[in-house]
Each structure stands twice: as structure tokens, then as C-alpha cells.
Design a protein around this ligand. Structure first.
Ligand code: SF4
Ligand code: SF4
Length: 100
């Protein structure tokens, strides 16, 4: 029983189901990347650390999807080449946590 509770507690997909979003338009995306810097990146830690897979390679180029972001800030820390431009969403937009 306690193991089951632990598994549920850390089931990221289940926890993400308890969030909702108010998407801003693309022009006001709160995070952007510089694809030219990404081309020089040797580690691509964004792909391995973003909990919601906002970073994906498409035809060898890094792409970023701001809509799914849960605003954890990890990509801003791990992106040592400096491609990530991280800001808070405008007021009223972004992720909404419904369970704390
Ligand atoms: S870690 Fe930064 S520079 Fe490297 S691929 Fe990801 S966003 Fe681009
Ligand atoms: S802030 Fe967190 S959730 Fe958002 S893109 Fe960066 S790593 Fe992913």
C-alpha cells in the first residue's frame, strides 16, 4: 500500500494530469531558444532534463514547445551554452497547479 502511494506520488504523467494551462500566443512565449547556439551544443541537457519534453530534435535541429512548460526553470540552469532565454509568463498565462 505505501509503495503504491509512493509510486502514485511520483508518477509525473499522473501529476501533470492535475495541471491546466492558459496558453499565451507564440509572440509572447515565455521561453525561447537560439537554434544557432543549439547547433554548437555538445550535451543537449535540455532534452534529458525537461520533465515534460519541451525540447525535441526535428531533422537534427533543436525545437522548443513552450505550451507544455511547467515553469520549473531546469532548462535555464542546464543550458550552459546560453541558448535558453527564460522569463516568467505574462500575468494570467502559463501553467496552473490545481493540487498545490
Ligand atoms: S542545452 Fe541549451 S544549447 Fe544545448 S541544445 Fe539545449 S537549449 Fe540548445
Ligand atoms: S522550465 Fe522546466 S518545464 Fe519549462 S521548458 Fe524548461 S525544463 Fe521544461
Amino acid at each position: 500500500m505505501s509503495q503504491q502511494l509512493t509510486d502514485e506520488k511520483f508518477d509525473i504523467k499522473a501529476r501533470l494530469g492535475a495541471t491546466s494551462y492558459n496558453f499565451d500566443d507564440e509572440e509572447h512565449a515565455h521561453i525561447s531558444i537560439d537554434p544557432e547556439i543549439c547547433e554548437t551544443c555538445t550535451h543537449r541537457m535540455c532534452m534529458y532534463s525537461c520533465p515534460v519534453n519541451c525540447f525535441t530534435l526535428v531533422d537534427g535541429k533543436m525545437t522548443f514547445q513552450y505550451e507544455d512548460c511547467v515553469e520549473c526553470g531546469t532548462c535555464d540552469i542546464v543550458c550552459t551554452p546560453g541558448s535558453v532565454d527564460w522569463n516568467h509568463p505574462r500575468g494570467g498565462f502559463g501553467v496552473k497547479y490545481r493540487e498545490g
